[in-house]
Design a protein around this ligand. Structure first.
Ligand code: ATP
Ligand code: LTN
Length: 334
């Protein structure tokens, strides 16, 4: 092995709602192969999750559920640092510093803030507003070179790059400027009932999303009812046929079949056969994940051990960057 340090990858998911096929295809699935060439850090971002009210008992259970699902999806804790954001205090500490290097005008432009404040009108809190700054801290603390996310996070990544460059221009090369890593297919899986909006894990409508822990029956039922149109053409046209285009993306991303081959096979035959094929591909993709999850979920001691180890490894990296930041700013060393 060479001594050259490997580049770093970091990403995270909020432990809110239930993990969806969108989270899997847009994020987790693409994380798995990266440990061959990067040092990988994957978090459960619980500090981010409390920007929306959470029930404490549910939040605690869900963190274990998501961790078990990360591992069941193929993230081996021996090859990836898996941890909970609140276990590494450097995240909140760097976020404060970066708040002082981010303009309100920049945050006003964030579309996720606009969407979430429209959804939670009774709780538009300051955390929701400065959420992208905490995300920048998450990324910059680890000197991440690449951040694998779905397409909806591109704007936050651009802001992170701007903050990093601004800080580096003032104080020298403290931070690595990260790049987004967005998958070509599956980057934006849309809702089954509302195919013009992204499938979201905190959606209230149960039938709009496919959850990683849905049983085969439920998956078949939801896909049968997925909104398409009244025609029978299977072709990829996001504007004219958003429902069909979304099902094509799901089929392609879960089975590996190309769009051309999907069109050849199902075009002109009505949507029944096509939807059944999508359901079969999703069930086959999720079956091994669910089997592994059921095995892991009952082993709390193991999961706690993974988090303890992850927090120690993450802290070592994060604390080193925080120290460089404090030195650059002129804070007295601790
Ligand atoms: P919430 O509804 O709780 O805001 P979410 O479903 O948007 O959650 P996040 O925790 O915000 O999920 O995102 C986790 C990761 O999953 C991110 O990398 C995000 O880009 C990706 N992701 C989320 N939804 C989709 C989707 N519909 N298609 C593709 N990727 C997605
Ligand atoms: N903001 C992201 C979740 C998130 C994240 C991160 C993703 C928080 N910190 C760091 C990548 C890297 C979201 O809402 N999906």
């Amino acid at each position: 092995m060479s001594d050259t340090p490997r580049p770093i990858v970091l990403s995270g998911i909020q432990p809110s709602g239930r993990l969806t096929l969108g989270n899997y295809l847009g994020a987790i699935k693409n994380w798995v192969p990266l440990s061959a060439s990067y040092d990988c850090y994957y978090m459960l971002v619980d500090l981010h999750a409390i920007t929306v009210r959470q029930d404490p008992a549910v939040l605690r259970e869900r963190a274990f559920e998501f961790l078990a699902l990360y591992i069941a999806c193929g993230l081996d804790p021996a090859r990836n640092v898996l941890f909970v954001q609140s276990h590494v205090p450097a995240h909140a500490r760097l976020a404060w510093v970066l708040n002082c290097y981010t303009q309100m005008g920049e945050l006003n432009r964030m579309t996720q803030f606009k969407d979430k404040s429209a959804k939670h009108v009774d709780n538009i809190n300051a955390g929701l507003y400065s959420y992208p700054v905490l995300m920048a801290a998450d990324i910059l603390l680890y000197q991440a070179k690449a951040v694998p996310v779905g397409d909806d996070q591109k704007q936050h990544l651009e802001l992170t790059r701007d903050i990093a460059q601004r800080f580096n221009n003032l104080y020298g090369p403290v931070f690595t400027v990260p790049e987004p890593m967005i998958p070509p297919v599956g980057a934006r899986i849309m809702g089954l009932q509302e195919p013009t909006k992204k499938m979201s894990k905190s959606d209230d409508a149960e039938t709009n999303a496919l959850y990683l822990l849905d049983s085969p029956d439920v998956i078949v039922r939801k896909l049968k009812r997925a909104v398409t149109d009244t025609g029978n053409e299977v072709r990829y046209d996001i504007n004219e046929k958003p429902g069909v285009a979304n099902l094509m993306s799901i089929l392609s991303a879960t089975s590996g079949e190309s769009f051309d081959s999907i069109v050849d096979r199902y075009n002109g035959q009505g949507y029944g056969k096509f939807k059944q094929a999508v359901a079969d591909a999703v069930v086959a993709c999720l079956e091994p994940v669910q089997a592994k999850y059921n095995e892991l979920r009952s082993n709390d001691d193991y999961l706690r051990g993974v988090l303890r180890d992850g927090a120690a490894r993450a802290s070592a990296k994060a604390d080193a960057t925080l120290k460089r930041v404090h030195d650059a700013l002129g804070f007295i060393p601790e």
